[in-house]
Design a protein around this ligand. Structure first.
Ligand code: SAM
Length: 215
């Protein structure tokens, strides 16, 4: 099967798992996931699974990428903060669905290779930063949407404070073996919280919320 046929069947699988937003499905269909993976993993690029990207990190499972993206309810003009650039795959999906993506990564090699690839692929609405994303990125705050692609021991308060009124954040919280994916919504001073599903992510490494985890 060609990559394009494999992408079509991945989309069918995502639909059968309940993904309904056609803009999200279309962005996934148009994004060449193999480009975000080492060549040896190209045959697995359209399988619905997380895969290694080096530096002990992973590209997330497509169904999780789809669910997290859908739950941000993007309409096209938002500025979205992404914590954990990783391979750049999730940034590419977001960039097709909002006005601007601000992405932060703590591993320099990943940050620079994602920037190089996304630039090569023609994305012009992504701002790249290297640093501790648990602190958010004050420069462009507040954000309409925040997506955290690594699991936090606690909800990072600096990130929560960078959500605009009505803004949504998706974040995995918890340490192994139980992590829960939450959607948080700011309503004035209140934060409403909704549990989406169980999940498994690499840890969000930060001095803020590390709670004694090895770095
Ligand atoms: N969104 C990525 C993609 O599409 O490939 C998946 C990222 S991977 C599951 C999680 C990423 O979060 C890793 O690249 C890891 O280095 C990064 N990360 C962990 N803690 C971080 C922090 N405090 N600030 C920024 N990035 C962090």
């Amino acid at each position: 099967m060609t990559f394009s046929e494999q992408a079509d069947s991945l989309i069918q699988q995502l639909k059968s798992e309940g993904i309904e937003d056609n803009r999200v499905l279309d962005a996934i269909l148009k994004t060449p996931r193999e480009r975000f993976l080492p060549e040896s993993l190209h045959p697995l690029a359209y399988e619905n699974r997380a895969l290694p990207i080096g530096n002990e990190q992973t590209i997330s499972q497509p169904s999780i990428v789809a669910m997290m993206t859908e739950s941000l309810q993007l309409r096209g003009n938002e500025t979205v903060l992404e914590i954990g650039t990783g391979s750049g795959y999730q940034s590419a999906i977001l960039a097709q669905l909002c006005g601007k993506v601000v992405t932060v990564e703590r591993i320099k090699d990943l940050a620079s290779s994602a920037k190089q690839l996304l630039t090569e692929l023609g994305y012009e609405n992504i701002e790249y930063h290297f640093g501790d994303g648990a602190l958010g990125w004050e420069g462009q705050a507040p954000y309409s949407a925040i997506i955290v692609t690594a699991s936090a021991a606690e909800r990072p308060q600096k990130l929560v404070s960078q959500l605009e009124d009505g803004g949504r954040m998706v974040i995995p919280v918890g340490t192994d073996p139980v992590q829960i994916l939450y959607r948080l919504k700011r309503c004035g001073e209140r934060i409403k919280e909704e549990e989406l599903c169980r999940c498994r992510f690499v840890p969000l490494i930060t001095e803020e919320t590390n709670n004694g985890r090895p770095q």
